[in-house]
Design a binder for this molecule. Structure first.
Ligand SMILES: Nc1ncnc2c1ncn2[C@@H]1O[C@H](COP(=O)(O)OP(=O)(O)OP(=O)(O)O)[C@@H](O)[C@H]1O
Ligand SMILES: O=P(O)(O)OC[C@H]1O[C@H](OP(=O)(O)OP(=O)(O)O)[C@H](O)[C@@H]1O
Length: 230
């Protein structure tokens, strides 16, 4: 048996994760051809690399199918109820920084805060006969945030990508999504609600609290964590 390390299988998170481990003497690499999701670990014996979608890593950690995993804190908190009982954050990796925010059309000049949004939502319902739609893939986090912020008259509509386009496409009036540079919001004529964000996220190394380990695996995990200095 072996210790299983789950890392994002593509894109910016994969490359920066490989760099972060590499800088600590643990070489991670994709093997096989470009399309094959196979990987290898160099520098510590007994560790298997599991390439996964960033969005699936929370579930795999919680189910104990991987022992360690790298993903964004946003995905852990969205996807795992009582996340801190299922995983332990070991290290923030210093990349993948992004804020989960709520944004409205830039032309809504009277709406800058959550209080304004609540007033706009009530007015919207009175005028249109249905609740203002907020497009997001972060249903749990956004619902909780708006409840705390006192915003009531809204509905969430699911958007798994290109969320900022939903306003132009007339499938939502507002969005809740991740932003880092703000370019995508600006390009789509949206402005961020001027309160604390829903969440500040970054790529983080997590340990599963549920994954079983035999004696050998425990030793391997200790060696790996010592090498990574976490
Ligand atoms: N523009 C961005 N800048 C920095 N980090 C980002 C940005 N967009 C998303 N992220 C972060 O990257 C992580 C993965 O994002 P996302 O859910 O979009 O996955 P993905 O790369 O589309 O992969 P998959 O669809 O396979 O899960 C999340 O933790 C998210 O916070
Ligand atoms: O503030 P910015 O630097 O412009 O980045 C924000 C964008 O990045 C992410 O999208 P991604 O590229 O992952 O595509 P997606 O729309 O499929 O989620 C996020 O969902 C925003 O759309």
């Amino acid at each position: 048996m072996s210790v299983k390390l789950g890392v994002p299988s593509k894109g910016r998170l994969m490359e920066k994760t490989f760099d972060w481990f590499g800088a600590r003497g643990v070489g991670l690499a994709r093997t096989g051809n470009d399309r094959e999701y196979a990987g290898a670990v160099d520098g510590v014996e007994g560790v298997d690399l599991v390439l996964l979608s960033a969005g699936e890593i929370p579930r795999e950690l919680a189910a104990g199918r991987i022992h360690l995993g790298v993903t964004g804190t946003d995905l852990i908190r969205e996807k795992l109820v009582q996340w801190d009982q299922k995983v332990e954050p070991l290290a923030e990796l210093g990349f993948g920084q992004a804020d989960l925010i709520v944004a409205v059309p830039a032309c809504w000049v009277d709406v800058d805060t959550l209080d304004d949004l609540d007033a706009a939502a009530a007015a919207f319902r009175a005028e249109h006969g249905f609740r203002m739609r907020i497009a997001t893939k972060y249903h749990r986090l956004v619902r909780e945030y708006l409840r705390h912020g006192g915003v009531a008259d809204y509905q969430l509509v699911d958007s798994q990508g290109a969320t900022e386009g939903t306003v132009k496409n007339l499938t939502a009036e507002a969005v809740a999504d991740i932003t880092s540079t703000g370019d995508t919001l600006r390009a789509n004529h949206l402005k961020v609600i001027d309160d604390e964000p829903v969440l500040r996220s970054q790529a983080t190394l997590f340990r599963s609290r549920t994954a079983k380990l035999d004696e050998d695996e425990r030793t391997v995990l200790r060696t790996l964590m010592a090498k990574l200095d976490v």
